[in-house]
Design a protein around this ligand. Structure first.
Ligand SMILES: [Zn+2]
Length: 280
């Protein structure tokens, strides 16, 4: 509906990240296995009189003790306050706008609404698996926060993993998803570049498996891209990635993103990818 200026879309393309997740199945499903008796009866003991190998209860809370920060890209109210959103902030390698409005599908489903919905679904899945989860924004009708603050939230939480969720706004024929990971910039992010790369690959694998979406046809290699111009990555001191879940300007992917069942698929794939990384 609301036409976004080409310049805004271009900026978003630079800032947006991909959505991904690696599903590894099994414990990653978030489903608690049926409880098995942990009490051994005498008859179950081995002939030597020793108990058989202690059977652990199923790992119903595999992410207990882990902290995950989820950053739904953009915010639904950003268009209302261009002055605040366009304020330049220092992302170490350059100055960039504090945030952008993000892109949207041709029929007006916004990236901000998409990322926020996926994030809420992801929170539920991760919390069910025992993780402590923090969002960088808790509604889709506000403004910001700035990309600098989005990174700071992950740092302050000392997150074991952080993920920024986006949908891209590329030329309509382009399609597929990609993950963006940080590069060394002779800055604080350098120490988590390696861990972020492992996180990115786990999420890439789970996202492909869980959503069936192809690797990006237009960015990166095998859905992996490395950048040093994103504030959300440059300023992170915890393992962090961006995911561009697909191209919202591509008709087929736009239709998928507007289907709640598909957004649940995306969230599940992301949860599985995060879990694969966190349990490694
Ligand atoms: Zn974006």
């Amino acid at each position: 509906m609301r036409a976004l200026p080409a310049s805004v879309l271009a900026v978003c393309g630079l800032i947006a990240s991909a959505c991904g997740g690696t599903g590894t199945g099994g414990a990653a499903s978030g489903q608690a296995a049926p409880a098995t008796s942990v009490e051994q009866t005498a008859a179950e003991q081995t002939p030597t009189g020793q108990s058989p190998a202690k059977q652990s209860p199923p790992d119903a809370k595999p992410l207990e003790g882990k902290v995950v920060v989820i950053d739904p890209g953009h915010n639904g109210g950003n268009y209302r306050d261009p002055k605040a959103v366009n304020r330049k902030v220092n992302v170490l390698t350059k100055w960039k706008p504090c945030d952008t409005t993000g892109t949207e599908t041709n029929n007006g489903y916004t990236e901000a609404a998409f990322t926020f919905d996926v994030a809420k679904r992801l929170v539920k899945l991760l919390e069910a698996r025992g993780a402590t989860v923090k969002l960088t924004r808790t509604s889709n009708d506000g403004v910001g926060p700035c990309i600098t603050e989005r990174a700071a939230i992950g740092n302050k939480a000392n997150a074991d993993a952080a993920i920024s969720i986006h949908g891209d706004g590329a030329a309509p024929a382009n399609h597929g998803f990609h993950v963006i990971m940080p590069k060394k910039i002779n800055g604080p992010v350098d120490k988590v570049v390696g861990a972020s790369s492992r996180l990115g690959i786990d999420v890439r694998n789970a996202f492909a498996k869980g959503t069936g979406l192809p690797y990006s046809t237009y960015v990166g290699r095998n859905a992996l891209d490395y950048r040093n111009d994103l504030g959300g990555l440059n300023l992170s001191t915890v393992p962090k990635i961006f995911i561009e879940c697909g191209n919202m300007r591509n008709a087929a992917e736009a239709a998928k993103f507007q289907d709640p069942n598909f957004r649940q698929k995306i969230a599940l794939a992301l949860a599985n990818g995060l879990q694969h990384y966190l349990k490694a």
